[in-house]
Design a protein around this ligand. Structure first.
Ligand SMILES: [Zn+2]
Length: 300
């Protein structure tokens, strides 16, 4: 931990990531093709790394007894954290932790490691995989219902389930000594919610964020963010995310109570100027509005 605080202070004060250690371009036949994909690695200090591919991020932690890795992304991208891990240690990957069941985050498992690692995920993820099997998503070797603790060479990682929020298997990964949490999909700083909020449960999402806010942490690593966004953020981004959702839900509820029930109209008339500088505000706010309309209209 002794090296991490100066590095974090530097990142937070500069407001952008440290220079990428590696970068590659990829062909355009990737998921949601047409983009240029690059990757980078940020060492936060104390052997904690944030890996980014395109707008996806995971973390890996190097110990004397092996590596704790997380979300293997997809089969093509997973080669990259594998290479980056090999640059900094010759120790095996001991654990690969799935953040949740969505295959855009976890379908590179057999590429990241096909031999030594044990896969860990929430018990609901194991059930989801029975319905949606994927040869590159190994079933978790270790499952849990509420919490699970990894202790490896003096490093402690706590896994926590807060109930449904985004899907029914999303967990928070916590480094308690460093007061860092790694959250995927439910906290994306300074960006409106993803498109039409697929598999997001608005009220459960708000409840989950409130419960996370009540825990002890100072820093957040998000599972999404382009290269221009910091690798690590202050804890306040969780509150900002929750406030955005509450403001969005209140605006839709108020407009519907006042008589605007047509989702096309709601998309046109509702604005949230407080968030106009957030990423994807113009493109995705109307989709967020329609999702919240469905939540109130259908109770879904
Ligand atoms: Zn997801």
């Amino acid at each position: 931990m002794k090296h991490i605080i100066p590095t974090l202070a530097l990142i937070l004060s500069l407001g952008f990531t440290m220079p990428a250690l590696a970068a590659n371009d990829y062909p355009t036949n990737e998921p949601m093709g047409g983009e240029k994909f690059g990757h980078s690695v940020t060492h936060l200090g104390d052997n904690i790394y944030v890996f980014r591919w395109w707008v996806y991020r995971n973390i890996f932690i190097v110990t004397d007894e092996g590596v704790i890795a997380t979300d293997p992304m997809n089969p093509k991208a997973a080669k990259l954290p594998k290479q980056e891990i090999a640059k900094v240690t010759d120790k095996p990957i001991r654990y690969i932790i799935y953040s949740h069941n969505h295959h855009d985050h976890i379908s590179g498992g057999t590429v990241l490691d096909g031999k030594s690692a044990e896969f860990i995920g929430h018990e609901n993820l194991a059930k989801e995989l029975l319905d949606h099997p994927n040869p590159t998503v190994p079933a978790p070797d270790i499952t849990f219902a509420k919490t699970y603790v990894i202790e490896l060479a003096g490093r402690r990682v706590e896994l926590e389930y807060y109930g449904p929020s985004h899907g029914k298997s999303l967990i928070v990964m916590r480094l308690p000594k460093e007061k860092i949490i790694f959250t995927v999909d439910i906290v994306t700083p300074r960006r409106v919610a993803f498109r039409n909020m697929p598999d997001f449960w608005p009220d459960e999402w708000v409840r989950t964020l409130k419960e996370i806010e009540a825990t002890d942490f100072d820093y957040v690593i998000s599972g999404h963010g382009p290269a221009t966004e910091p690798a690590i953020e202050p804890a306040s981004v969780v509150t900002q995310q929750r406030e955005y959702l509450e403001d969005l839900m209140a605006a839709v509820k108020t407009a519907m109570a006042a008589g605007t029930r047509n989702p096309n109209k709601l998309r046109q008339v509702i604005k949230l100027p407080k968030y106009k500088n957030w990423r994807a505000y113009d493109a995705w706010l109307p989709m967020n509005i329609e999702r919240i309309w469905a939540f109130y209209h259908m109770k879904w």
